[in-house]
Design a protein. Structure first.
Length: 381
C-alpha cells in the first residue's frame, strides 16, 4: 500500500540511515549480542550523522528535523533486526521529557550531549516490587537543603549499563492525598556517589540490549536536577507515555513486515516434495493472512502517527495501536517461523531472534493488559 506519511526528504534520510546501518551496525551485530550490549562508539557515530534526536532544534544541538525522521529510524532498525541499539528509547522516549519539561538551563546543559551521543539516556520507572502500578513505587527522594537524597532500586532498565543520564521516578511525598501526586522526576548522572549500576540482566531476547538493575544508596542530587515541579512526575509520565506506546507499535509493524518479507523469500527457495513450499496452499493462505494483518496494522499506525505529529493527544489510539500491533507481530512472526522448519529454532536465524525479541513488546511500555484498562476507561467502561 502507498504510504502518505513521508516526504522525499524522509526517504532520503531513510536511505542515508540504511547506508549507516550497513556500515556501522550490521557488521557488529553478532559481537554485540555476544557481549550483551552495543559499542559505546556507535552512539557517537549515530549522533555525528544526525541520527539521534532528529527532531531536536538546532539551538539545542539537534539536526532540527521532525518526529517522522524518528519513525524512519525505528522502521529501519526493525528491518535490520537490531533490537539492542535503543536509539528510539533515547531519542523519542527519554529526551522528550528533558525537552518538554526542562528549564532552559537544563536543556542547554543536557540536550546537546543527547544529540551528539556523548550522553546516552535511560528511564527508571520499574522497580522489583512494581511496574504497572507506578503509584506504588518505593524509591524515595527526600529533600535535604539544596539536594535530594535518593534511595531505592530500579529493574529492567534499558540502556542500564551504557547510560550517562537516568530519568528517575521517585517518591518525594510518601503519603500524599492522591498517591500519584507524590511522584517527581529527577535526572541522575552516572558516576554520582550512591548511584550503582547493577548487573546486566540475561533475557529471552534483545541480546544486545544492556537492560540492567540500578541501585540508589543515599545518592545525593541537587534540586536543580529535578525535572518539572515537585509532585508533577506522574502527570509528566502520563503525557509522554503516548509517544512511547506509539514507538513500540511502529517497531512491531516494521518488524513483522520484515520477517514476512524474508519468509516469503525463503518459502520460494525451500523445496519439499519436489516443489517450493510457497506452492502449498497452506503456505499461501498463512502468508496472505499475515500480509493482511501487517497491512491493516500499518494503515492504523500510520494514521495514529499522522494525528500524533499534528499535535493530537491520542490516548485511546496509541494504546490500541500498542496492544494490537504487538499481539499481531507475535502471531505473524510465529506463523513465519513455522515455515523455516528446524532452522526456525536455530539462533543464527534472524526469524528465531525476531520471535524472541518480539515477546517483550507485549510486556514493556505498559503491558497489553494495561493498554486495555486504559482504553476501557477512555470509552467510559
Ligand atoms: C526488556 C525490558 C526492558 C524494559 N525497559 C524498561 C525501562 O527502560 N524502564 C522502565 O522503567 N521499565 C522497563 N521495563 C519494565 C516494563 O515496563 C515492566 O516490566 C512492565 O511495565 C510490567 O511491569 P511488571 O514487570 O512489574 O509487571 P506487573 O505490573 O507485576 O504485572 C504482572 C501481570 O499482571 C498484569 N496486571 C497488572 N495490573 C493489571 C491490571 N490492573 N489489570 C489487568 N492486569 C494487570 C500485567 O498485565 C502482567 O501480565 C522493561 C522490561 C523489559 C522486560
Amino acid at each position: 500500500m502507498d504510504r502518505t506519511l513521508f516526504t522525499e526528504e524522509h526517504e532520503a534520510f531513510r536511505k542515508a540511515f540504511r547506508q549507516f546501518a550497513e556500515r556501522e551496525i550490521v557488521p557488529h551485530q553478532t559481537r554485540w549480542r555476544e557481549q550483551g550490549q552495543v559499542d559505546r562508539e556507535v552512539w557517537r557515530k549515530a549522533g555525528a550523522q544526525g541520527f539521534l534526536c532528529p527532531w531536536l532544534e538546532e539551538k539545542y544541538g539537534g539536526p532540527g528535523a521532525d518526529f517522522l525522521c524518528s519513525v524512519v529510524l525505528m522502521e529501519e532498525l526493525a528491518r535490520f533486526y537490531e533490537s539492542g541499539f535503543a536509539m528510539c528509547l533515547h531519542s523519542d522516549i527519554v529526551v522528550p521529557y528533558l525537552h518538554s519539561f526542562g528549564t532552559e538551563e537544563q536543556k542547554h546543559k543536557w540536550l546537546p550531549g543527547c544529540a551528539s551521543g556523548e550522553l546516552v539516556t535511560a528511564i527508571g520507572m520499574t522497580e522489583p516490587g512494581t511496574g504497572s502500578d507506578l503509584a506504588a513505587l518505593a524509591t524515595t527522594a527526600v529533600k535535604d537543603g539544596d539536594d535530594y537524597v535518593i534511595n531505592g532500586s530500579k529493574t529492567f532498565i534499558s540502556n542500564g549499563q551504557l547510560c550517562d543520564l537516568v530519568l528517575l521516578a521517585a517518591k518525594t511525598d510518601p503519603n500524599p492525598e492522591n498517591a500519584h501526586k507524590g511522584i517527581s522526576l529527577f535526572v541522575v548522572e552516572a558516576g554520582r556517589k550512591g548511584f550503582v549500576k547493577g548487573k546486566r540482566l540475561h533475557k529471552m531476547g534483545m541480546a544486545s540490549q544492556d537492560t540492567s538493575e540500578l541501585f540508589f544508596e543515599d545518592c545525593r542530587v541537587p534540586a536543580a536536577n529535578r525535572l518539572g515541579p515537585e509532585g508533577a512526575g506522574f502527570m509528566m509520565l502520563m503525557q509522554k507515555l503516548q509517544q512511547e506506546r506509539l514507538c513500540v507499535a511502529i517497531g512491531a509493524v516494521a518488524g513483522a513486515e520484515q520477517v514476512l518479507a524474508d519468509t516469503i523469500a525463503y518459502t520460494k527457495e525451500r523445496k519439499a516434495f519436489g516443489k517450493p513450499i510457497s506452492k502449498f496452499q497452506n503456505t499461501q493462505f498463512k502468508l496472505v493472512e499475515s500480509l493482511a494483518k501487517v497491512e491493516v496494522g500499518r494503515a492504523y499506525v500510520d494514521q495514529v502517527v499522522a494525528g500524533h505529529v499534528a499535535g493530537k493527544y491520542l490516548v485511546k489510539e496509541c494504546s490500541i495501536a500498542k496492544f494490537w500491533t504487538t499481539d499481531m507481530a507475535q502471531e505473524v512472526i510465529d506463523t513465519c517461523l513455522q515455515f523455516f522448519g528446524g532452522y526456525g529454532y536455530m539462533l543464527e536465524y534472524p526469524v528465531t531472534r525476531a520471535f524472541m525479541d518480539a515477546r517483550v513488546q507485549r510486556i514493556y511500555a505498559g503491558t497489553n493488559e494495561i493498554m486495555k484498562v486504559i482504553v476501557a476507561k477512555q470509552i467510559g467502561l
